[in-house]
Design a protein around this ligand. Structure first.
Ligand code: ADP
Ligand code: MG
Ligand code: MG
Length: 248
């Protein structure tokens, strides 16, 4: 599914990613943990194609297709999803219309039929309920006056609606209470499928109690320094990153 090989990324002369390699097979959920500033968000931006985050060296392929040659919209059309991290409020555009337009743009890019307003409304209501966003909240402009927790719920609503092939979640769990964490786990678990992959960036083992990852990787100094199973996340929670970062 997702293959990252020897990725190097330098920003303003500072090496951020230093030969990062990572494989996420189809059907699997991989977690990435690592100290602040180790390059986790940079990695997710470089996969999604955020401007300013084009690697100088290395490759990123999704099902054998080179993503680095594609612009962000083309990557999204291939099913790469990165939840909007600091989503801007869009005044005057109701959330539902905004998301329907975004979803239909993606569907037509994939050669799929657009969803009718009625069809969308049904799915939207169903999924909004799963993520715990009320209809009143969703009548407001997109992300306008949302709390931190509500923005995270909105990220999960986007993911549930877009049904991506490969989803990257960048610290979706930070600042969430237990109920919201469970909700994030539910959304991920409901989307798990043999054709879909996930990269879940997190600081806390707690989320991984709900999302049982197939693998856990430690990112430090711009590369993966340790990989293991869920027990690695518990070791990190207990002993911190230092035990694994000396070699980085
Ligand atoms: P993490 O998500 O692991 O906390 P980031 O990927 O956000 O780390 O950042 C890794 C390093 O890259 C940091 O030192 C950060 O300051 C630097 N960095 C990321 N983006 C930029 C940018 N646009 N300009 C300058 N430095 C950047
Ligand atoms: Mg980050
Ligand atoms: Mg790093």
């Amino acid at each position: 599914m997702l293959n990252i090989n020897n990725l190097h990324l330098t920003i303003e002369g500072n090496p951020i990613l230093n030969g990062l390699s990572l494989d996420v097979p189809a059907g699997e959920v991989h977690a990435i943990m690592g100290p602040n500033g180790s390059g986790k968000s940079t990695l997710s931006y470089s996969i999604a194609g955020r401007p300013g985050y084009a690697p100088q060296e290395g490759s990123v392929t999704l099902n054998g297709e080179n993503l680095l040659d594609l612009d962000p919209n083309e990557r999204a059309a291939k099913g790469v999803f990165l939840s909007f991290q600091s989503p801007v409020a869009i005044p005057g555009v109701a959330t539902m219309n905004f998301l329907r337009t975004a979803l239909n743009a993606q569907r037509s890019a994939r050669g799929e039929e657009e969803m009718s307003a009625a069809e969308f409304l049904k799915v939207f209501r169903e999924k909004a309920q799963v993520v715990g966003l009320t209809p009143e909240k969703l009548k407001r402009p997109f992300n306008d006056g949302y709390s931190g927790g509500e923005k995270k719920r909105m990220e999960m609503l986007q993911m549930a609606l877009f049904e991506p092939r490969f989803a990257i979640m960048d610290e979706t769990d930070s600042g969430l209470d237990i109920d919201a964490l469970k909700m994030v786990g539910e959304v991920v678990n409901s989307l798990r499928s043999p054709e879909r992959g996930f990269l879940v960036i997190t600081h806390y083992q707690r989320l991984l109690d709900y999302i049982k990852p197939d693998a856990v990787h430690v990112l430090a100094g711009g590369r993966i320094v340790k990989s293991g199973g869920p027990e690695l996340a518990r070791a990190l929670e207990e002993g911190g990153y230092e035990q694994f970062t000396e070699a980085a």
